[in-house]
Design a protein around this ligand. Structure first.
Ligand code: PLP
Length: 447
């Protein structure tokens, strides 16, 4: 692991847990599709003295002194993003993906305006207008859905909802979706009613850069992305305005900037800005194109292997970096919880997830979501996916007799008993050891 010797000396308690987490990340199979391993250079920029600085405002227009070097860093980050994503205007200051998305509302809508996004239980993100998010509380949000049979956006419903509700802003993008995003089709629908189209490419940004996913640059007015998923940078986000966005609204770049600061945030995290710039330089290298393409190859190979074990996959496979498994044949409704817990115990980290037409609830969903970005960073290839599918099958098979109790009051005790059984499960312990041996062949490059 990266040297934390001083921390070990000065704050044993925190150092201890960091070391534990490092070991977990190293020994297990990290399959949460929104996670990745950053490079040593990204980590160095993140851990730099830039964290000491206050820089409210934008390059050359700051509210604090001493920003002449920070300005250069932020300008470089902006330029790199513009070149990489082929856009006109970039804001690299959002603290993360959620504030970036909220800023888009602030820039384009008035409170109470109608907005549209994909329903959370159908794969959309909280910030696309879900009821408990500020985006669903302060704006009138109308949600669209995927078809239950194949998990694809239901265009019949979407077109009807758009023409009935005339939204001001439409989101395309998702947190759990196994197809390429239909940017072109959404653009035609949004243009028809004069709505802003915002593409949230948080999940697929790295694939877009690698040419492994269609780019929204020609179709959307605004693009938001996190930096820490397939783009393999620090936790942070960007908002980009396309040529089409500037043509629709020449002030759009300014409006986005004002929405971030002073609208929502104070001082930018300059150490993150530097790390974003570093990650964008890495993403511009030919090796990153190979990486992005390999992520998709690995996900497709894994989907094929899982199908051999009769797993039911949403969409029967994947076009991107992630796979959604419908576990109702294994556990009945609500089995994602059992799967996540047992797999975690065996050293495979993924997350429970709703499936289209979810018969249970978001806390006890009926599926799991898994992906290949982090494994691909470690150098795993298609041939390795067969082993992983086999482990997943063996783990789930060893806990398949558990079923979510219908009565809510019975669930806590049932889950506590389930967890105790899982901790005692010898099969899972054996698989964990096998995985530890396997992952030791794939060093994490930052360490
Ligand atoms: C599509 C999408 N947008 C936005 C976000 C929000 O990002 P953050 O967690 O950095 O706020 C996520 C995070 O999972 C996401 O998947």
């Amino acid at each position: 692991m990266k040297n934390i010797n001083k921390l070990i000396k000065e704050d044993k308690e925190i150092a201890f847990w960091i070391q534990k987490e490092a070991k977990r990340q190293k020994e297990g199979l990290e399959m949460i599709p929104s996670e990745n391993y950053v490079s040593e250079t990204v980590l160095e920029a993140m851990g730099s003295i830039l964290t000491n600085k206050y820089s409210e405002g934008y390059p050359k227009k700051r509210y604090y002194g001493g920003n002449e070097f920070i300005d250069e860093i932020e300008l470089i980050a902006q330029e790199r993003a513009k070149n990489l994503f082929n856009v006109e205007h970039v804001n690299v200051q959002p603290y993360s993906g959620s504030p970036a998305n909220l800023a888009v509302y602030l820039a384009t809508c008035q409170p109470g305006d109608t907005v549209m996004g994909l329903d959370l239980t159908h794969g959309g993100h909280l910030t696309h207008g879900w009821k408990v998010s500020a985006t669903g509380i302060f704006y009138h949000s109308v949600l669209y859905h995927v078809s239950q049979d194949n998990g694809k956006i239901n265009f019949d419903e979407l077109e009807k909802l758009v023409s009935q509700n005339k939204p001001k802003l439409i989101w395309v993008g998702a947190t759990a979706y196994v197809y390429e995003f239909p940017f072109k089709e959404l653009a035609a629908i949004a243009d028809n009613v004069g709505a802003y189209l915002a593409a949230d490419i948080a999940h697929v940004a790295g694939l877009v850069v690698a040419g492994a996913h269609i780019s929204p640059a020609k179709f959307a007015h605004i693009i938001t992305t996190t930096i820490h998923k397939t783009l393999r940078g620090p936790r942070g986000a960007m908002i980009m305005v396309t040529k089409k966005g500037i043509e629709k609204d020449p002030q759009l770049g300014d409006k986005i900037d004002k929405a971030i600061f002073p609208g929502l945030q104070g001082g930018p995290h300059d150490h993150t800005t530097a790390a974003i710039a570093v990650a964008l330089k890495e993403a511009a290298k030919p090796s990153f194109k190979k990486y992005g393409k390999q992520i998709v190859k690995n996900a497709k190979a894994l989907a094929k292997e899982l199908i051999k074990y009769n797993f039911k996959l949403v969409g029967n496979g994947t076009q991107n970096h992630m796979i959604l498994v419908d576990l109702t044949p294994f556990f009945g409704p609500g089995g994602g919880y059992f799967a996540q817990y047992a797999l975690d115990e065996a050293g495979i980290t993924l997350n429970k997830n709703t499936i289209p037409g979810e018969p249970s609830s978001p806390f006890y969903p009926s599926g799991v979501r898994l992906g290949t970005p982090a494994l691909t960073t470690r150098g795993l290839k298609e041939k390795d996916m067969a082993k992983i599918a086999k482990w997943i099958f063996e783990v789930l098979n060893s806990v398949k007799n558990y079923h979510l109790p219908d009565k809510k009051e019975e669930r806590k005790k049932y889950m506590d008993d389930f967890k105790k059984e899982v901790h005692k499960n010898v099969k899972l312990k054996k698989i964990r050891q096998e995985i530890k041996k396997f992952t030791s062949k794939f060093p994490i490059f930052a360490w």
